[in-house]
Ligand binder design. Structure first.
Ligand code: ADP
Ligand code: MG
Length: 317
C-alpha cells in the first residue's frame, strides 16, 4: 500500500464512474430493514426500494479513514463494479448516494448469505454443489482477469449466494482491494487476509492474476473439508504455513469427495504463481465436470453440454 498510494494510476486504481452519485438522502428512496455485514470501513445494510418493494444491499463506505481522505478508493470500488457489470457472477451495482461521511453503493441483494457458512457448518455441501459453486466462481474470476482486473480479496466471506438452500448462484462482492493490472509498472501490495492470500502477496512480490487462483484453491479446500488450510494459532504461524505451502491433504475429510478434488486443489496451491493454472485452464479440470447430466441445458439440446460451450463464456485462446 505504501508504494502505491502516491498515484492512483500506478496503484491500479480506476477513477471513472458512470452511475450518477445522488446527493439525496437514500432513506427517502429505500427503507433500511437490517444489517447484513460490517467491516473496518464499511457497513452493509438490507433495504427495500419503496417504489418497487425490491430488496437491495446498501454498502456504506466511509470516505475518511484513519484521518485520510479515501474518496478515490471508494470511487475505484464503484468503478470496478461497473467494469464487471455485464458479468452475472459479479454483484450488480444499482445506484449510488453520497453523504458527508459515506458513499453508499446500492447493490443487488444476495439473499443466500456467504459461502463461508457452508465452510464452517456441521453439514458440508455435497460435492456436486461444491463443483458448481467453484465453476461459477471461476467464471467470474475469468471475466475479471480478461478485463485485467484482479480481485485480491477472494475468500468465503466475499462469495455470496442468491438463495440459501439449496444454494443458489454465486455473486462475487467486495472490490475494495481489486486492482487493474499492467497500467504502469508492477503491482506489489500487502493486503488481504493472510489466511486466504498467496505467498507472493505476503512476500511483497509482484501480483498477477495467479494470486486470485491461489485464493480459489483455498476456497475449494474449505468447501470440501470445512477447514481453513493455512490458518495457524496466530498471524506468524499462518504466514509460515502460507509461505511454506504447508497443506494437509491427508485429512479424512477428503474421503467424502473424489480424488479429483485433491488434484484440483493441489494444482492451485503451488508457491510459484506462474505454475498455477489460469481460470480458463481450471474450468477444464475434470473435477468440475463429473456430473455431466447436470451440465446439460435444454436450450442447447441434449448433445451439447455446458462444458462444450464453456458455460456460455468465450474463453481466450
Ligand atoms: P467489507 O469490505 O467490509 O468486507 P463487503 O462488501 O465484503 O464489505 O460486505 C461485508 C459483508 O456484508 C459481506 O461479507 C456479506 O456478508 C454482506 N454483504 C455484502 N454485500 C452484500 C449483498 N449484495 N447482499 C447480501 N449481503 C451482502
Ligand atoms: Mg468483505
Amino acid at each position: 500500500r505504501r508504494l502505491d498510494s502516491r498515484s492512483g494510476l500506478s496503484a491500479g486504481l480506476l477513477g471513472e464512474t458512470q452511475t450518477p452519485i445522488s446527493p439525496e438522502p437514500m432513506e427517502s428512496v429505500y427503507e433500511i430493514t437490517g444489517e447484513l455485514g460490517r467491516g473496518k470501513f464499511a457497513v452493509v445494510k438490507r433495504c427495500i426500494e419503496k417504489a418497487t418493494g425490491k430488496a437491495f444491499a446498501a454498502k456504506f463506505l466511509r470516505k475518511r479513514r484513519r484521518g485520510r481522505d479515501c474518496r478515490a478508493e471508494v470511487i475505484h470500488e464503484m468503478a470496478v463494479l461497473e467494469a464487471a457489470r455485464n458479468n452475472a457472477r459479479v454483484v450488480n451495482l444499482h445506484a449510488a448516494y453520497e453523504t458527508d461521511h459515506d458513499i453508499v453503493l446500492v447493490l443487488e441483494y444476495a439473499a443466500g448469505g456467504e459461502i463461508f457458512d457452508h465452510c464452517v457448518s456441521e453439514e458440508l455441501l455435497p460435492e456436486v454443489q461444491i463443483t458448481r459453486l467453484i465453476r461459477q466462481t471461476l467464471e467470474g474470476v475469468h471475466y475479471l482477469h480478461q478485463s485485467n482486473l484482479v480481485h485480491l480479496d477472494l475468500k468465503p466471506q466475499n462469495i455470496l449466494l442468491t438463495s440459501p438452500s439449496p444454494p443458489g448462484d454465486i455473486k462475487i462482492v467486495d472490490f475494495g482491494l481489486a486492482r487493474r493490472l499492467g497500467a504502469v509498472g508492477e503491482l506489489r501490495e500487502i493486503l488481504g487476509t493472510p489466511e486466504y492470500v498467496a505467498p507472493e502477496i505476503l512476500n511483497y512480490e509482484p501480483i498477477t492474476t495467479a494470486s486470485d487462483l491461489w485464493s480459489v484453491g483455498v476456497i475449494a479446500y474449505m468447501l470440501v473439508t470445512g477447514e481453513s488450510p493455512f490458518a495457524g494459532d496466530d498471524k506468524q504461524e499462518t504466514y509460515l504455513n502460507v509461505s511454506q505451502v504447508n497443506v494437509d491433504y491427508s485429512r479424512e475429510a477428503f474421503a467424502r469427495v473424489s480424488e479429483l478434488a485433491v488434484d484440483f486443489i493441489r494444482k492451485l496451491l503451488v508457491k510459484a504463481p506462474e505454475d498455477r493454472p489460469s481460470a480458463a485452464e481450471c474450468m477444464a479440470h475434470p473435477w468440475l465436470w463429473q456430473h455431466p447430466q447436470l451440465c446439460q441445458s435444454p436450450d442447447l439440446g441434449p448433445t451439447r453440454s455446458l462444458r462444450d460451450r464453456n458455460c456460455g463464456m468465450k474463453w481466450a485462446a
